[in-house]
Design a protein around this ligand. Structure first.
Ligand SMILES: O=C1C[C@@](O)(C(=O)O)C[C@@H](O)[C@@H]1O
Length: 516
């Protein structure tokens, strides 16, 4: 049985009135918050007098904070005085935690209160903004903040790239003082998700199931990531992609880690520069990666060794750090996943004369029309070629289409010809472009009438499950194969590589059916 850590999960409450604060607190309790942060600066001026009541009636342990920068209605001078008043009162009322900006904690007016506090623990916070964090600079800032008598130090960090978080993790790991690192931006989600692994004192989650940039939802922290079970030995797996928020990987891999008893976490990583990412995160803690758009081709050059199939495809969607020597090994699980999904669907229909399914690939000798020449397109093209199909490629960037066609001895045609392309009936169509993906689910790469030329239509897009392309293909009588099928199969292949052989296929399939 896994042991729980003692990391606190907190949700900040920013409400205008006492009633709203109380109602949100109840909701936070239901969603699994340990303490709530009562952000008093968010309360309207006329309700500040309710702070006493709010603290006394709280139903969860609380952090009372007054962030000077976010005071809703008060002018600067009034704001500062109100801030001191609120924090002093919170100390008098012995609230569990009182949080204050570094400049407030350094104010002589607070010294006596800080010194004479009884049970309240003091969180001193500072913004790390406008400079790139380094371990030296962060350590220096922490030392200065500690001198105020803080029990806990909080760094409110603003970074441009996911790689800027590496020194933050180093500081979290080595800090002698209890530390909170809060980085709120779309590239910073892992600052909260991995906080418990690196020894963070507390992490934040948002209320109401909504994750806002940089802040995972409380519900996902509790139900998907189960971060209360994370510890220093937890291996980190991540999806390197841009965009990344659409991925269902976390809701598939995380429960599967727990089901198999593997101590791992799978997190979305919004990465801009994959090369820089691997130059920065070199430790064995970062054990494996899925690679999504647009990095699958560049990923090949980041690996120390690449599996022959991935090498010939020229795209990697899975990277494992080999425990023995730390080398990065690249694989491609998209190819087998997509081609086997198409084959199985065709086999469902194709039965030989004596009633036994054909053993040869049902793709062999067929015309395979491919839209897209990126990482997923390359996997499909090479897979179809291996099975003996004739490949015709359409891609908005014609040069890329031609290069891929050359590599698979196929043909590239200008994108405008796609709509009218109908050399024969009964072809196979595969969309490996992002057309039709949420939020553009009203789009389809091929008009409905043109779909009559195809026996089977496959869409690599899996959000939504039933894309417009697939709906229209089904309406004209084609066999349809959803990207969800490919997603499930490629994820199973990844999980096997991540864990050196675990492959709970039935469990993963059931999850996909229930959750997608
Ligand atoms: O194409 C996909 C989907 C994916 O990017 C995701 O959305 O989770 C993960 C990749 O590994 C895979 O090849």
């Amino acid at each position: 049985m896994a042991v729980k850590n003692n990391v606190l999960v907190c949700t900040p409450l920013e409400c205008e009135t006492l009633e709203e604060m109380m109602a949100s607190m109840e909701k936070a309790k239901e969603e699994g918050a340990d303490p709530v942060e009562l952000c008093i600066a968010s309360m309207a001026c006329s309700h500040i007098s309710d702070v006493d009541k709010l603290i006394k009636q709280r139903t969860l342990p609380a952090i009372v904070s007054f962030r000077l920068k976010s005071s809703r209605t008060l002018s600067n001078g009034g704001c500062y005085n109100t801030c001191l008043k609120v924090l002093k009162r919170a100390l008098e009322l012995d609230v569990e935690f009182v949080e204050m900006d570094y400049e407030v904690a350094s104010d002589a007016n607070m010294t006596e209160y800080l010194y004479n506090r009884s049970n309240s623990r003091i969180i001193v916070s500072s913004y790390v903004n406008g400079w790139k964090p380094s371990t030296e600079k962060l350590a220096d800032l922490i030392a200065r903040m500690q001198a105020t008598g803080a029990d806990v130090i909080k760094l409110d960090i603003c970074v441009d790239y996911i790689t800027d978080l590496a020194p933050v993790f180093t500081i979290l790991t080595h800090s002698q003082v209890q530390l909170i690192a809060m980085a709120a931006g779309s590239r910073d989600l892992i600052s909260q998700l991995l906080g418990p692994k690196f020894g963070g004192f507390l992490v934040y989650g948002s209320l109401g199931g909504k994750s806002i940039p940089g802040l995972p939802s409380l519900l996902s922290l509790r139900q998907v990531y189960k971060i209360e079970y994370m510890n220093a030995d937890t291996k980190v797996f991540g999806l390197i992609s841009n965009p990344v928020a659409h991925s269902k990987g976390p809701i598939l891999h995380n429960p599967t880690f727990r089901y198999t008893g593997y101590n791992g976490i799978y997190v979305p990583m919004l990465v801009d520069d994959i090369k820089e990412f691997f130059e920065t995160y070199t430790g064995s803690d970062f054990a494996g990666f899925s690679v999504g758009i647009p990095h699958k081709e560049a990923a090949v050059t980041c690996c120390d060794e690449v599996h022959p199939l991935a090498k010939s495809i020229g795209a990697v969607n899975t990277i494992v750090r080999r425990p023995m020597d730390g080398k990065l090994i690249g694989y491609n699980t998209d190819c087998e996943a997509s081609i086997s999904a198409i084959e199985d669907a065709l086999r469902g229909r194709q039965v030989s004369k004596n009633g036994v399914p054909h053993s040869a690939s049902p793709i062999a000798g067929r015309t395979f029309v491919l839209i897209g020449a990126g990482g997923a397109g390359r996997a499909l093209a090479f897979g179809a070629k291996l099975k003996g199909a004739r490949i015709v490629i359409f891609n908005r960037n014609y040069k890329r289409a031609k290069a891929l066609a050359k590599a698979v001895s196929g043909e590239a045609l200008p994108y405008e010809f796609l709509e009218k392309f109908c050399p024969e009936k009964g072809m196979i169509l595969a969309n490996a472009s992002a057309i039709g993906m949420e939020p553009n689910s009203h789009q389809s790469p091929v008009p409905k009438e043109a779909l009559r030329a195809y026996e089977l239509v496959f869409d690599a897009v899996y959000t939504p499950r039933n894309t417009r392309l697939l709906k229209e293909a089904a309406e004209v009588g084609a066999i349809v194969v959803s990207g969800v099928e490919m997603f499930a199969r490629q994820a199973l292949g990844q999980f096997r590589l991540f864990t050196s052989g675990l492959a709970p296929e039935d469990f993963m399939r059931k999850l996909v059916m229930e959750q997608f």
